[in-house]
Design a protein around this ligand. Structure first.
Ligand SMILES: [Zn+2]
Length: 77
């Protein structure tokens, strides 16, 4: 595993364990995003909430975060 992908995994897991969503809103610990962000995701990215224990979680979380920032405008740069 490269240092870059390792740090992404750490970041994704820290966000999962936090009570603050990437958008700045409140969320439930153990969920990757708040409900507003989850609902803003397309179905292929919304499944991120069901794969939090899998190896693919960090990559999907990163894709979902990009979508929320770039497409949905929910995360301010
Ligand atoms: Zn959010």
């Amino acid at each position: 595993m490269s240092p870059l992908s390792k740090s992404l995994k750490v970041l994704a897991l820290e966000n999962l364990d936090a009570r603050t969503c990437a958008c700045g809103g409140m969320k439930i610990r153990g969920l990757p995003f708040c409900q507003g962000c989850i609902h803003a995701l397309p179905p292929n990215l919304r499944k991120v909430q069901y794969v939090t224990n899998s190896d693919g979680f960090a990559g999907l979380w990163d894709e979902a975060r990009d979508f929320l920032r770039i497409e949905a405008g929910r995360i301010k740069p």
